[in-house]
Design a protein. Sequence first.
Length: 217
Amino acid sequence: MSATISNPGAPDLAGPGTAPGQPVSGADARSAHRVAVRTFRPRRSTAAVVVSTVTVLVAGLAAAELIAVLAGAPLRFVPVERVSEPAIGARWAGPEMMIASAATAVIGLYLLFTALIPGKSSHMVLRTDDRDLVVGLSRRGLCRIAESAAQETDGVTGARARIRGRTVRVVVHAPEHAAPGLRARVENGVRERVLELGPARPVQVRAKVRSVKGGLR
């Protein structure tokens, strides 16, 4: 289990204008929540890298060709004559142009979609009600806590947890003739343990029971 603690700036762990032990107002708690979420928010870098790389390459080639033409010694990276001749007689309403336009639009929409949707966070943000104290629990650490809580349930002989978005999915092993309601008891136990950590966002728990002959793993 591992946790990350980050202090974005001020050394005062009680928050600005808040004495230790003093109740935190709703505004301060909301502010602390926003700071924590922004701190552990994954960066949207895929679309930015693709667009910036293509833009730099195209702009660099165009600038080099333009400077070379002005100097009287064109580099001829792009065969302008060969490109301009087909373009003059091209049918802009033809199927080739429609396909090219559609492909360009799809690529642009994909890059926009990638830029708008955040990536998968590597930590679960924990609530501290202090904007100067940011705590995050790693996904691996959360899995271990969920597995430990599931194994404490009567009738469980083994457990394996995975994180999917904001859902903790636990697969437990139990004897063939386990007591009824085992799945619900596992979910309740894991949910209580996770809530004790104080997650900043709601976390769902889903359990699945697999019967094992003889009660062995």
